[in-house]
Design a protein around this ligand. Structure first.
Ligand code: HEC
Ligand code: HEC
Ligand code: HEC
Length: 344
């Protein structure tokens, strides 16, 4: 099924203009000796397929079908790819490149895409790591590992895509962080929640699939900065990991019935039972709490409880929706109100 809206067609014209200006402005690599597939990809393909080969490009929304995510297309064989690069794919925006590129260049492009973007989907352990990541880490660290830094002082999840992260994060350090967590941040310890093999796989996936720049310094130069700025502004706006939306009114009822006895109706940790309890119930309006707890972090605390404290694991008595409702209430009433309008 192919549909082009007028907007999409004008977008296409723009794209081809963009591609041709890109091309003429950049020197074509000399034919034989050194084919720079990364340069070719950047000049001809990334405008639609994205700097990371995941189809995340400015063209994405105007193409039907959109470019496929190479990082999730293990079924693509090298031969199919070369055929499509050469002749195009009928009914899609993918035109054949045989008049502009020679056979070696097109083969080099297929190999480049496979080695750079498809590595993860072709390796079962890294594949497993990706699943573990999606289920446990993505909510804070972002789909592409860019994290969600906060404009307002929340200790942000690590952005795995920066050169600095690459320099600082050894495999050992990452394993330690995932096993033991990072004190006083939303980064929890996973040693008791995930088998060791999954912890290895998820760390290797992050290293192979998220930390590697797509190619030797060409792409990624400023591909992510816009997105990061946007994410920074949304630092506290992360949704719940379970995909649910919390209901404030139900959450408030739930809170007054189950939580206020310890955490207090004002969220200040001074409920009637607090006097008898050690450690004391968390004070939600304390600035440090406001800086460290977003929706997913609150939900995790409610779900798991706190070992060694009288904070029950509510997953035993409340449904996911109920825990989401009450977390939404804690977030909006106590965390967000104290931070002004941030992170609506
Ligand atoms: C104008 C946008 C655009 C450009 C530029 C572009 N592609 Fe595509 N490409 C697409 C679309 C759209 C598809 C089809 C996606 C689908 O069928 O799901 C596609 C499909 C493909 C496929 C087959 C994978 C599949 O989805 O079946 C390969 C391989 C491919 N492109 C490689 C390249 C290479 C290499 C370049 C650069 C030389 C390039 N493309 C440039 C839009 C583009
Ligand atoms: C609730 C949010 C949250 C979740 C879920 C989460 N993280 Fe984190 N992660 C963070 C924060 C916040 C930091 C920054 C901690 C710091 O700066 O010390 C971080 C830091 C890290 C670091 C770097 C630690 C260092 O030494 O700087 C690694 C590696 C990491 N996380 C991996 C993971 C993995 C793997 C998962 C899933 C199994 C995961 N995280 C789940 C919030 C989260
Ligand atoms: C019996 C008392 C008690 C009840 C009831 C209770 N909590 Fe707690 N809660 C605590 C204590 C104690 C802590 C602090 C533990 C600590 O300092 O590590 C805590 C901590 C928390 C935290 C922060 C976790 C952290 O790492 O600091 C959240 C979020 C939280 N509670 C939410 C809730 C919600 C929501 C409810 C109701 C569904 C609730 N609590 C009911 C005692 C209680």
């Amino acid at each position: 099924m192919t549909r082009y809206s007028p907007l999409a067609s004008s977008m296409l014209v723009f794209l081809f203009w963009l591609i041709s200006t890109n091309t003429s402005a950049t020197e074509r690599p000399p034919g034989k000796a050194s084919i720079r597939a990364d340069v070719l990809y950047h000049n001809y393909c990334s405008v639609c397929h994205g700097d990371r080969g995941d189809g995340n490009s400015r063209a994405k929304n105007s193409l039907v079908p959109p470019p496929k995510d190479f990082t999730r297309a293990p079924e693509l064989t090298r031969e199919t790819m070369i055929t499509i690069i050469t002749h195009g794919k009928p009914g899609t925006a993918m035109t054949g490149w045989k008049t502009q590129l020679n056979d070696k260049e097109m083969a080099a492009l297929a190999d480049y895409i496979r080695a750079t973007f498809m590595q993860v989907s072709l390796d079962p352990k890294l594949q497993r790591g990706r699943v573990v990541y999606a289920q446990n880490c993505m909510v804070c660290h972002g789909e592409r590992g860019q994290g969600a830094p906060s404009a307002s002082g929340l200790i942000p999840p690590r952005d795995f895509t920066t050169p600095r992260a690459r320099a600082e994060l050894t495999r050992e350090r990452m394993l330690a962080a995932v096993n033991n967590g990072r004190p006083n941040t939303a980064m929890a310890a996973f040693a008791k929640r995930l088998p060791a093999s999954d912890i290895n796989n998820v760390v290797d996936y992050i290293r192979a699939g998220l930390m590697l720049p797509a190619s030797g310094g060409i792409s990624g130069t400023n591909a992510h900065s816009g997105r990061q700025d946007q994410q920074a502004a949304e630092g506290m706006a992360l949704p719940f990991a379970n995909g649910l939306t919390g209901n404030m009114a139900r959450g408030e009822k739930m809170y007054m019935a189950n939580c206020a006895t310890c955490h207090g109706t004002k969220g200040d940790g001074k409920g009637p039972r607090a006097y008898f309890i050690n450690p004391k119930p968390r004070n939600f309006i304390d600035p440090n709490f406001r800086l460290a707890f977003n929706r997913p972090a609150i939900y995790t605390a409610v779900h798991d409880g706190r070992l060694g404290a009288e904070m029950p694991a509510w997953s035993k008595v409340l449904s996911e929706q109920e825990m989401t409702d009450v977390s939404e209430f804690v977030f909006r009433r106590f965390v967000q109100q104290g931070r002004g309008k941030q992170g609506k």
